[in-house]
Each structure stands twice: as C-alpha cells, then as structure tokens.
Ligand binder design. Sequence first.
Ligand SMILES: Cc1cc2nc3c(=O)[nH]c(=O)nc-3n(C[C@H](O)[C@H](O)[C@H](O)COP(=O)(O)OP(=O)(O)OC[C@H]3O[C@@H](n4cnc5c(N)ncnc54)[C@H](O)[C@@H]3O)c2cc1C
Length: 512
Amino acid sequence: MVTSPNAQAIIHDEYDVVVAGAGNAGLVAALAAHDAGARVLVLEAAPEAERGGNSRFSGGIFRCAHDGLESLLGLITEESAAWADRVTVEPYPVEQYNAEYNKSSNSRNDPLLTKRVIDESFETVEWMADHGVKWELTVGKLIDPDKIGKNEQYALPPGGALRAAHEGVGLIEDLFAAVEKAGIDIWYSSPVSELVMDGNRCTGVVVQTTEGDLIVEAVTVLAAGGFEANPEMRQRWLGPGWDLVKVRGTRFNQGTVLNAAMTAGAQPEGHWGGCHAVPLDADAPVVGDLRLTDKMSRYSYPYALLLNSDCERFVDEGENEVWLTYAKTGAAIRGQQGAWAFQLFDAKSSHLLEPRYSTGTPIVADDLATLAEKVGVNAEALAATVEAYNSACHDGDFDPFTKDGLSAAPAGQPVKSNWAQRIDSPPFVVYPVTCGITFTYGGLKVDDTARVIDTANRVMGGLHATGELTGGFFYHNYPAGAGLMRGAVFGRLAGAGAAAEALATAATVPVS
Ligand SMILES: Cc1cc2nc3c(=O)[nH]c(=O)nc-3n(C[C@H](O)[C@H](O)[C@H](O)COP(=O)(O)OP(=O)(O)OC[C@H]3O[C@@H](n4cnc5c(N)ncnc54)[C@H](O)[C@@H]3O)c2cc1C
C-alpha cells in the first residue's frame, strides 16, 4: 500500500477486480470474476447486519425461460419437489418471455440487452445452483394452497414459477456462503464515493472506510443499486410527490455510485422518469424493514376492486396476470389523493388473498354502509360505484389461476378484463394501500457484455456494471422476476469481463 500526494492511501496490485455493491448482481459478478481467476474485493456500503441490498428483501423470484415443470424438477429442493403433483407449470419459451417483456416495456427496452437476459436466463439459474443457490417452486406465494382444497391442482404462472429457496433472505445467505467459501474479501460499511479515472478509463474507486478514504486500484464492477431510497433524486427524476412514497427495500441505495459514474463520464440510459412501484400496505414502514422483507406487499387486487378515497375505480384490476401488472399499479395509486387507495373484497374472494395479507389489519363489515364508515369514505359514493360495477358483471366461470375472461365494463369506470365477480357477499373486507417504490429504471448505459458506455458512445476501459444501476432494460412496467434475473445474467458477464480485462492487462504490464 502506498500513499498518494493527496494523502489517500492506495491499494495497488492486491486485487484484480473490485465490485461496488453486495446484492445479487454484485455477488454473482464477484463469483464469476473469481471463477475466471481474478483476486476480487467486494465493497459494501451497509454494515454486515444489513448486507444484501434489495435482493435480500426480495421475493427471490427469477423469471427464466424453461420447458415446464419437468425442467425445473432438476433444480429445486426435495422439499419443494414434494409439491410437484399439486401444481402445473406450463413451459415458458423464450418467445413468450420476449413478448411479455416487450409488452411490459412498450417495446422501449433495448433488444440486445433483453435478448441476453432471456437467452441466458436458464443457464444462469443452473450456474447459480452450481454455486450453491437453492431453488424452489413459488407455491404459496400468491395463494395459500391449503385454502383451495387439499387435493386440488393449481397452475403456477410459468414466468413466475421459480424462486430462490426461502426467497431473498435465502438467496443472499446462499450467495454470501459461496463468496465466503471462495475466499473473496468483503469490506462492510465501505461506500464507494468516486471513480478514479485516467481519461475515459477507470483505474479504480475511492472508498470511504472507517479509517479514512482509500483508493482501490482494480478493474471495476459497479453493482450498487438504483436511487430509490434517495428522496431528493426521486423528486428530481420521478417527479413531484415521489419524494414521499414508501421504500420497500434497502435504505442504502442512494444513487451515489450512479452519480459518481456519470460524473466520470458514463452515459445515462433508459427510463429515468420511471420506476417499479407496487401496492403496499398503507401502514408499511417508510423504508424496508428486514424483519418484514416483502411481506407488506398487497397483490391480490385482481380479485378485488381498487378504489381511491372518492370510491372511484382507476385501473383495470384484472388487466392481466398479477405478475405482469403489479409493478405499474403502485404509480397509479401514487397518482390518487394522498397516494392512498383501498382494496375491496367480499366473501367469494377473501380466501384467495396472498398469505402475506396476514401482516395487515383488515377492515371488515357485513354491509357497505358500515364498511364505508369504518374506512372513512363516503357511503353513498361507495354504494354507487359497487352497484354500477355489479350491474355490469356477467355470470360465468371464475378461475383465479388463469385469465378467465370474466369481464365487466361498467359505465364511467375502467373495464375489468378478468376475474370480474360481483362484490355482493358479506362480509366485505378492505385493505388500505399506498405506493411502495421497489427500484428505479434509469441507469448507466451498458453494452450486451456489461461494459459501461460513455457519453461519447465509447466503451469505458476498466468499467463494467450490472443490476439495478444499469438502464435500458425496463420502461413503464416490468414482468416479475426479471430484476434478479437481469442482475445475475449481467453479473456473470460483468465479473467474467472484468476478470478477463484485468488478467489481460496484468499479462501485458512489463515488470519494472
Ligand atoms: C420488497 C422487494 C421484493 C422484490 N422481489 C423481487 C423478486 O421476487 N424478483 C425480482 O426479480 N426482483 C425483486 N425485487 C427487485 C430486486 O430486489 C432488485 O431488482 C435486485 O435485488 C437488484 O439487485 P442489485 O444487486 O442490483 O441491487 P441490490 O440488491 O439493492 O444491491 C445493491 C447493493 O449496493 C450497496 N450500495 C449502495 N450504494 C453503495 C455504495 N456507494 N458503495 C458500495 N455499495 C453500495 C447497497 O447497500 C446494496 O447492498 C424486489 C425488491 C424489493 C425491494
């Protein structure tokens, strides 16, 4: 270690690759770089107790292309495989993945980046299994199987059928175990504050340690998340009102590294005014709590009416399978008075609530007038909305597991395209909700090998990026499970690319 003229100590020639951020994307990158023979250091802003970023809060769902249940059985734990005869999982071909991905982003997503994510999704999940990540089916996530009949089979959504065992907490435990087993160094409470540049080439990072600032010289992988936990940046990029929304995940994703990279010349890319935001329990904490992880989310609205404080409907609750609509529904709620709304169920659907609704406090009544009083909304307005909706409903077969086409088009209200049953069977049940931001869509421009591109459209030497901090992947909306998948696919690319660059450079540096 030497000391630079400005008194910053420099870590020189101890590491080939330095990774900023220890979430899913960063840890996968670190493992890939280590596999390729690099000496790797991971720098993490959070203390060890809060490590794992948004990935630890997540539901652990990985959207991967696959050939159906049989193809997943080789991946999942024995415990999970015991569910195999209770569920069906249709194949999820790359064409369907691509179509759903493009539709959710209004085809604004970069086709090359998207292709990488999709084409390498299954092999990446297998690669992670080889590195010790355990997998399971998403049984029990959306619906409690015990509430639908002990021997009844039900369909898992093909794109949302696989998750890390024990969700984000399990994912992060498995990834850290792999990183620690590999002997990769991790420094906690060590935020990266700047990139060290030589022209448009990154030669390392400045890290703020408890003992002062250091420069770590190495080929760099940026994986430090988006800016969703920073109210000033949310207001600046997402718009008025976004400063006040609740944050579902880690408080450490402040956009610091994103800003540092742009200061160093990296090109911003993607939907900077857009984000992933969901219906969240109105009483959820203002920032994610690791004791609750994702358990305050409220995704059973396709079977409900979603009403604002004037008792007006404002979305098509049944537009599509919930995993293809939930990520834009938070923004719709944020646009309502007080960023507040309520989900209204009746006895025909309340057994279909996701198990995690148990973390909330329902408001229950046997008639709508009493319900309105308890919720604090106008009883006449509630009755009028429900009556108009009910009179537009048709008799037909309700099927909670597939788009059943049971639709209603009430006058003066949005259509409800699927699961449109009358709300007429007491007790009526309400869950108040607000908007919870998950992550931001704008980020750094990368090529399809995870190299960072500068504002003159040139590849920046020594700089690779992955995960939430990259842009061009998602616009307007998002298919569930694509975030972790994107971070892992590009994490492998970033780690392997950084290692190859570092080792090639080392081989050509003359020994003095
Ligand atoms: C409640 C919830 C549920 C979710 N469920 C799913 C799901 O089921 N499937 C899915 O695909 N996605 C899900 N997501 C989204 C998913 O978690 C993210 O897309 C993914 O975790 C991003 O991974 P990442 O590694 O890029 O970022 P993160 O996991 O957030 O990791 C970034 C890391 O960088 C660190 N960091 C920040 N600033 C600095 C700095 N200056 N220096 C060093 N380190 C820094 C942070 O502390 C953090 O540890 C969910 C998110 C939340 C919040």
